[in-house]
Design a protein around this ligand. Structure first.
Ligand SMILES: [Zn+2]
Length: 479
């Protein structure tokens, strides 16, 4: 087995000067290329004697820091990017073991490698699967090791969300998702609620979606209560549509396969709690995950049907593809019964969000300046940026104008401001001021724009929510 090393250009050059065999390539990179993530690979021990192959990557400007106009901590982000590029390059040339330089931030370096080397290929034949790479930290100081381990746990947490989202819908039904939750969580308790429970709760909105599929619904309640008993829980609510056909308002077939990831909010909710558990963070967090498919059997909801949610509000369902808000409505009502300190819901809710912000940021709707500032700060540090969207009565009026019921599940002007009317609809089921809705539809899938997130489902926001939950729980400052 070869032993290999990834290093940052800025760091390695100091070491390289002592090796007379050092090649031109390294200095070419330093002098001619200032492109972040630009890398080269040296073979046959040309650079550092103990390693037969070294990947040298440009780490960007040495004075990188928090960039206000970009809303991101570029020092951390550059480390994630550079290390991911180097690690992937070494895998390309067939190495099986990599030692990674911390580049001054072991946690970010660990995130970059753990996320960058991950791939979903378990359903392919062995020879087509990417090789498993052993990755270690080069610097073994206690502080670096601690940061490294934290970064690996966070990366693995996000990779869990990516795996859940990528898994085909026939292999990730509501029942299967519940089984995964039970198998990965060791400290948190997972309660699986069935259809009869939802009926007893009068969750007519959630049940209207579940009635269209033969798969039994599961409403998960995950309790991670390791904080102080007197602290109220933070309640996370994740949309869990394990496949969204659109129902009778059928989606176009092109790209419909991606709707296996319409449980991205559910995946991130589970992964956030999994990450908190793995890190041993003391916090009180409850995850609510309403799971179902949105399909078309003989009992499926018809456009114009009216159902009644848990809080007694009637809803005219004019678009069966706007089902996410229907399952979230009852989950949000139920969240209020748990004496929450704050409620955060995350959902791949609207195509309109994707149109508005693309993959650049998740959209946040909240009336709480406090939660918004925490989200913005956490997003800048973790690289999962967010952008505040309007939660105004202007949009509430558009969903409150229904011919048959109290509310309509789509805005009266159709697609216009669709992500805003969706958020306004959700607000009808919220009474606490400490609530935020995060629409992650646009960031659901990575498109090769970020080096440490190869093309595929992104599982984004896990680290964001990990940091945020801790911040709200008052356990730790943003790190
Ligand atoms: Zn839908």
């Amino acid at each position: 087995m070869e032993s290999l090393r990834v290093n940052s250009l800025n760091h390695i050059l100091a070491n390289l000067k002592q090796y007379t065999t050092c090649t031109f390539n390294l200095f070419f990179l330093q002098e001619k290329s200032q492109i972040l993530g630009k890398q080269c690979v040296c073979h046959n021990g040309c650079c550092v004697q103990e390693y037969p192959c070294v990947s040298v990557v440009n780490l960007g400007p040495s004075n990188a820091g928090y960039n206000e106009s970009e809303d991101i901590d570029e020092r951390k982000e550059n480390v994630r990017i550079a290390v991911a590029v180097g690690a992937k390059q070494l895998r390309e040339v067939g190495v099986t073991s990599i030692d990674v330089d911390s580049c001054g931030d072991a946690e970010a370096a660990a995130e970059g490698t753990t996320l960058g080397l991950w791939s979903y290929d378990e359903l392919k034949k062995k020879s087509s699967q990417k090789p498993k790479i052993a990755v270690n930290l080069l610097d073994s100081s206690e502080l670096s090791m601690k940061g490294w381990q934290t970064g690996v746990i966070k990366g693995n947490g996000q990779n869990l969300a990516r795996r859940l989202m990528e898994t085909p819908a026939n292999l990730m039904t509501p029942t299967k998702f519940a089984e995964v939750a039970k198998s990965v969580l060791k400290v948190a308790t997972v309660t699986v609620r069935d259809k009869a429970w939802a009926e007893a709760q009068k969750m007519g909105s959630y049940l209207s979606v579940t009635q269209g599929t033969d798969e039994p619904p599961c409403f998960l309640e995950i309790s991670y209560m390791t904080g102080r008993p007197e602290d109220k829980p933070v309640v996370l609510v994740g949309k869990g549509i394990t496949f969204d056909s659109g129902g009778i308002c059928l989606k176009p077939s092109s790209g419909m396969d991606k709707m296996r990831a319409d449980m991205g909010g559910a995946a991130c909710t589970l992964s956030t709690i999994y990450t908190l558990e793995q890190l041993g963070v003391p916090a009180n967090v409850i995850g609510l995950i309403p799971l179902t498919e949105n399909l078309i059997n003989g009992k499926a909801t018809k456009p114009g049907d009216v159902v009644v949610a848990m809080n007694g509000k009637s809803i005219q369902i004019d678009n069966t593809d706007a089902e996410g808000r229907l399952v979230l409505a009852d989950a949000l009502c139920y969240a209020h019964t748990l004496n929450p300190q704050a409620i955060l819901d995350m959902a791949t809710l609207t195509g309109a969000m994707m149109v508005a912000l693309g993959s650049g940021a998740a959209g946040v709707y909240t009336s709480s300046n406090h939660i918004w500032s925490l989200l913005q700060k956490s997003g800048g540090v973790t690289g999962d940026r967010v952008w505040r969207m309007p939660l105004w009565n202007h949009y509430s009026r558009q969903v409150g104008d229904s011919q048959l019921a109290d509310l309509n599940n789509i805005g009266k002007y159709g697609r216009e401001g669709g992500c805003c009317t969706a958020a306004a609809f959700l607000r009808e089921f919220v009474t606490t001021s400490e609530w935020a809705h995060i629409d992650i539809a646009g960031v659901m899938e990575a498109k090769d724009e970020v080096a440490y997130l190869p093309k595929g489902m992104a599982g984004i926001d896990v680290e964001l929510f990990d940091v945020l939950t801790r911040e709200i729980s008052g356990q730790l400052g943003v790190q």
